[in-house]
Structure formats: C-alpha cells, structure tokens
Design a binder for this molecule. Structure first.
Ligand code: DON
Length: 597
C-alpha cells in the first residue's frame, strides 16, 4: 500500500483530499446572526443584538471586539469598508450605503515620497508605513447615523475582552510563530518591538489557550466610549500615535489625525444571477473585479449556450475558465484603478456591456493566453491581516464589513500606552513606480500616494439584495488580492453550485492575479499521503482522488497554465438567507464562528 502511494507520489500523482465537510444540516437563525473570524467577536455582536440593537450596533460591537481578539488582523489602528442595508424601521427610513473608512496618506506625503527615501520597504515596517487610521471615525460615524444603542453599550464587550483577556487560538499561535521568525531575522528587533515580542508573542513562547489581556487597549476603548472619536484623533491617544510613528521615522503629524474624515458613498451595484450585488467602489478594487468576473463568465455561458453549473466543481475546465476571468480583472486592476477622489477611474467603462463583451470574446474554453514574462513573484504573505464579518438583525438589517491593518500586526509598531498596532497601509500604494507591493501586485501610477489619498484595496465586502431591496447574502474575506478571488469563488459555490454555507466557504480554492502568471491551487486540495485508509471504500475514494487530481493538472497544463501550490486562498465569512432564516459560516481556515439567535 505504502509502496503504491510512494510510487504515485514520485510520479507527481497524488490524491485529492477535500476539506469540504460532509453536507450537514445548517443551523438557521431568524432573530439575528453574526459571522466573524473569531468566536468572541461573533458573540460580542450577538450580545448587542440580544439587547435589541440593530445590525449597525452589532457590527460596531463586533469590529471593536475584533480589534482586541484579532490584534494582528484589524483594529483601531487600521481602517475598512462597510456596506449597510437597513429596512425602514421605527420611523427611520430605509438605508442603503457604503462607508469608506480606509486609512489616508499623511499630508506631507507626495507621490515621490518612497522614491526619495530610496527604500521600497519603508512602506512596510517603519513609521512611513503608517497611514492615518480610519476605524474609530468610521465606526462611530455609522453608529451615530444608523445605530440605536449608545457608545458604551456597543463598546462594552470589547472592553471586557481586553480587560479579562481572550484565549490564544490555533490561528493566533500560527501567526505568532511567523512573527517570531520575522523578529529573529534581524538582530535587535525583539528590543525595538518590545510590545509585540513580550506581550503578544510572550517572547516566542505563546501557546494555544494562553490568556492574552490588553488592559491598555481597554483604556483606549473606554476613552472612546466616554468622549467619542475625539478621544482617538485628539488628546492622549493621538499624542501616543504620533510619538510612535515619529520615533520610527514617520512623518504623520497631529493635524493629520484631526483632519481624518470617513466618507459615505453609494455602493457599487451589479447583477449576479438574479440578485443585485452591493459592494465597494474605488479605492476598493474588489467590487469592480467581482462584477467584471461575474459579467465575463455570464457572457461565456451565453456564447457557449451552457451554464457554469454544468461543469464539475473545481474540475480543470472550471478552474481554467474562472482563472481566465480572474486574469482579466487583475490586469485591469493593475492598469486602471486608484482612489477615485484623486484620479479618474473609468468605472463605467470597465463594467460596460461593450467592454465586457470584448473581453469575453477573448476567453477560450481550453487555452490560456501565452504567459507574459514580467518578473514579479508572488510574495509568501499569509492571511493573518484583515478580517471580514457579516451581521444580520431581527428586522432584516444587514452589514457586510471588511477591515484591516494590512499585513499581520500591520507595521508591527505598537502604540504601547494603548495596546494596539498601527497599520502599514502605505504599502498598498504604488510606493515606487513599477515596484510590486507585499502581495506581488504591481499597480499603476494612478495609485501613487498623495496627501489625504487612500491606497487601492482588495477588500471587497459584498451584500446582495433581492428586487425588494432585502438583504439575501453577505460575503467577504481577508487575504490581500486573494480576498477578491476567494469571495468570488464562495459566491459561485453558493449560487451556481448551490452549496450550503459551510461547504461554500470550506471548499478548496484557487487564485490567479494575472501577474505573476501562476495559477495557485490551495495545498489542502492536494493529496493526502494515504494514511488512515481503513477500508476498501477509503481505498477506492483515495484512488479516485488521485485520478481527479491528475486530470485537473493535465487539463490545466494543456490549457497552458503554470500551476503552483499556495497555503491559503483567503479566509471567508459568509451568511445567506434561506426560507427558515439565516445560515452562516466562518472559514475553518481561520477558526471563526457564526453566532445567532
Ligand atoms: O486593503 C488591502 O487590499 C490589503 N491591505 C489587505 C491585506 C490583507 O488582506 C492581509 N491578509 N493577508
């Protein structure tokens, strides 16, 4: 048996083990649901729903709590995008809006800022990496306008989690190990990053189940509860932020903080198989990309007089076709997108019928276009930064929200007095013309920094509504550019392949971002080693897996794709309305939870 498995492995033929759990009956909730990438944060949102709060109250509670329990993913040192859809309720009118609380470049940062510094890495782990945080202003602005509870009520669960502590889970420990490697890479880093090293990583000894307390962040959250956004953008917290940024070489000033404003915009809209998708316009790139990919695949279906659902899920032909749509969307991302408040972004053209028709014509069912040699290589960045969550209340109000501090622990610079980490969102700009960012994304000069400008983002919160304007489906992810491809595949899984929430989120995924010209397949998709085969049936499934994996590779290679393994393609949170209520699933890749009533 072992010999057979080894021989097959040597031949490069290996078995496909699906991570998709068996289709289980999914719990559904009619009184409200929160899906977040940490169970304590999902519970925080649920607690607020139980107090009679609406989806916005619960979203704000969930987000502040994520700031504590996923300190490496998002938080008050970062920013985000939020889509809100609330029915008319208690005399308040119907609300459909998008909130942009993405971080902005400091006022003194000109397009040649990083070029002048002569260091393309300054945008990652120095004071220059830090953009003006937007989370506190964004959350409190949405709470003021559309919430029904006061600041103290929505901040209470986060303050409690920060004071009493939370247990480090598997994802925390895995992220911590990566950070220990980074700190040990260069002598002195453990000394220059004491909060990260001592408090978050326990000098390299943090293990699952350890209680992590953040009393300093509890104090910041208390000040925010008492005084509102001014507590963060002026006064003690602001002073501590500026001191930290400047100590590490950055140029942010107190005036940068006081001038920060979130912006409220109309969501970008598009059709997706009977639903209307509401998503984020630029500086998000993901909204446009998802609508382009959906439009392209629909056109190919029409041309071929077939439907995508007739292809076997994750078969070679399916993966090829979706990857072709991904390549078009990412090519346009690289060329055309930036902050529309500063540069002209041809959104209408990119989503127009004529343009999508012309692109769809170039998609062949069995051949990819010749690889273009363009030297960027996909950086090995994991999915620890960023967090997506979904909230639905008992009235059908819904919030789909993605937030980030960019890379894991952001700039890795802690505002020690207040126990939180500052983002490194400046790395999402085109820092130096033609140079790729941490995600291997080359972007155009439209995305060069400028005072007050927001960097292009892949964050893609999606909220789909029916013709009556009622929320039907919420989805989004973390994972840099893989946010876009993982969110899109989850939509296809749920809508085209009719998978339940759990399966739609857990199924193995792939990623193509046009450049580098590599089609990445999740490692978990690939072969088991045959261990644990206990019956003839197991053996049969194992052999079938081998031939499926082999067929997938043969199809993709004959279509001209270069494939490669990737650890993860995003971490997705998803919620969907069904006849008897809402079901939801948090990605097993990150260990979150759905909590409902
Ligand atoms: O806004 C963006 O596109 C990035 N800052 C997101 C970073 C992210 O998802 C980190 N996870 N790997």
């Amino acid at each position: 048996m072992r010999l057979l498995i080894y021989s097959l492995a040597i031949l490069g033929i290996t078995a496909m083990t699906s991570v998709t759990p068996p289709a289980a009956a999914q719990q559904s909730y009619s009184g409200g649901l929160v899906v977040a990438d940490h169970p304590v944060a999902a519970q925080a949102g649920l607690e607020v729903l139980e107090q009679g709060g609406n989806a916005v109250d619960a979203a704000v509670a969930t987000s502040f709590c994520l700031s504590v329990v996923r300190p490496y993913s998002c938080g008050i040192g970062g920013g985000g995008f939020m889509i809100v859809n609330l029915p008319a309720h208690n005399g308040a009118p119907k609300v459909t809006t998008a909130l942009n609380y993405r971080e902005t470049a400091p006022r003194s940062v000109q397009p040649d800022h990083f070029e002048k510094l002569g260091d393309s890495l300054a945008s990652r782990f120095t004071g220059h990496a830090v953009a003006i945080p937007g989370t506190v202003a964004g959350l409190l602005s949405v709470l003021d306008q559309f919430g029904s509870l006061d600041r103290a009520a929505v901040l209470a669960p986060a303050i409690r989690a920060a004071e009493q502590g939370f247990a480090a889970d598997a994802h925390y420990v895995e992220t911590a190990h990566e950070l220990v490697e980074w700190l040990e890479e260069s002598p002195g880093r453990t000394t220059t990053h004491p909060f990260l090293w001592k408090r978050m990583l326990r000098e390299g000894r943090v293990t699952e189940g350890d209680t992590i307390k953040l009393p300093e962040q509890a104090r910041a959250l208390r000040l925010i509860a008492e005084q509102g956004a001014d507590a963060f953008y002026k006064g003690e917290i602001a002073d501590a932020i500026i001191k930290t940024v400047q100590e590490y070489g950055g140029v942010m000033t107190p005036a940068d903080l006081t001038s920060y404003k979130p912006s409220q915009v109309k969501p970008l809209r598009g059709d997706f198989r009977g639903l209307t998708i509401l998503t984020m316009p630029p500086p998000s790139s993901g909204g446009i990309a998802i609508l382009q990919m959906a439009g392209l695949l629909e056109r190919v279906e029409q041309r071929e007089n077939t439907t995508l659902g007739k292809l076997r899920h994750n078969s070679g032909k399916y993966v090829h076709l979706v990857a072709e749509a991904m390549k078009h969307a990412f090519a346009d991302r690289a060329e055309w997108l930036g902050d529309a408040a500063f540069v002209s972004v041809p959104v209408d053209h990119l989503l127009s019928d004529a343009y999508l028709d012309s692109l769809a014509k170039t998609i062949s069912l069995d051949q990819t276009k010749p690889p273009e040699a363009y030297g960027t290589s996909l950086a090995a960045v994991d999915d620890s930064g960023t967090s997506h969550f979904c909230v639905v209340d008992q009235w059908g109000g819904a919030v789909s929200c993605t937030e980030t501090i960019n890379l894991e622990f952001g700039s890795r610079l802690a505002v020690e007095e207040f126990g939180f980490f500052l983002n490194n969102e400046m790395d999402d700009f085109t820092t130096i013309s033609g140079v790729a960012n941490a995600f291997g994304l080359k972007q155009s000069d439209l995305n060069l920094p400028a005072p007050g400008k927001r960097p292009l983002s892949s964050m893609t919160p999606i909220l789909a509504i029916n013709d009556a304007g009622e929320a039907q489906l919420l989805v989004g992810a973390s994972g840099g550019p893989r946010i876009i491809t993982s969110t899109f595949q989850t939509l296809l899984n749920a809508i085209v392949f009719k998978m339940n929430a759990q399966d739609a989120v857990a199924a193995p995924r792939f990623h193509h971002q046009w450049r580098p010209n590599v089609l990445s397949l999740e490692e978990q998709w690939a072969p088991g080693d045959g261990q644990g085969i206990a019956s003839l049936e197991d053996m049969r499934a194992f052999m079938e897996g081998i031939s499926e994996w082999d067929a997938l590779h043969r199809t993709l290679e004959s279509a001209g794709h270069k494939t490669g393994p990737i650890k993860l393609v995003g971490a997705v949170q998803f919620a969907r309305k069904q006849a008897d209520g809402w079901t939801g699933a948090a990605d097993p890749r990150k260990g979150g939870a759905a909590a409902g009533r």
